[in-house]
Write a protein that binds this ligand. Structure first.
Ligand code: HEC
Length: 123
């Protein structure tokens, strides 16, 4: 009986210790998905979609998704597209935080299936 009580007490302590960690993880997950949602909204609002497509698959602009270039390079390019035909966007127009959210959105776009996995293309 005593051992059982001790076990229950230990279990309760373990659960209480694990709860904040689980909550923190949920908060991090929620923050990540809200960044993605915000990035998706900004992608359209700031007009990036007009050249790069709604899902960043490219068009007049380069293909940016899936797997966009590293965040720092992404931001650096937007600030100084130099010789390219892409317009420059300063930090006054689009802050770094917004570009990070857009990057999170592009990075969340899954890769398309391989040709061999598309039945219509494999008669
Ligand atoms: C008027 C068309 C146009 C618009 C609008 C535009 N881009 Fe571009 N973007 C381009 C073109 C064209 C390139 C390819 C340039 C090159 O390779 O020299 C490019 C390239 C890029 C690259 C570099 C990709 C790589 O792999 O090197 C990034 C990052 C990028 N654009 C982000 C953005 C973001 C973010 C926005 C919105 C704020 C945006 N672009 C709006 C035309 C556009």
């Amino acid at each position: 009986m005593r051992v059982k009580t001790l076990f229950v007490a230990m279990l309760a302590v373990a659960v209480m210790a694990a709860l904040p960690a689980a909550r923190a993880q949920n908060a991090a997950g929620a923050a990540a998905s809200s960044n993605i949602e915000n990035g998706k909204r900004l992608w359209v609002k700031d007009n990036c979609y007009s050249c790069h497509g709604y899902d960043g698959h490219g068009g007049a602009g380069a293909k940016l998704a899936p797997k966009p270039i590293a965040t720092a390079a992404f931001i650096a390019f937007v600030r100084h597209p130099s010789a390219s035909s892409m317009p420059t966007f300063s930090a006054k127009v689009i802050p770094d935080a917004d570009l990070r959210d857009m990057w999170a959105y592009l990075n969340s776009i899954p890769a398309p299936p391989a040709v061999k996995d598309i039945p219509l293309l494999n008669p």
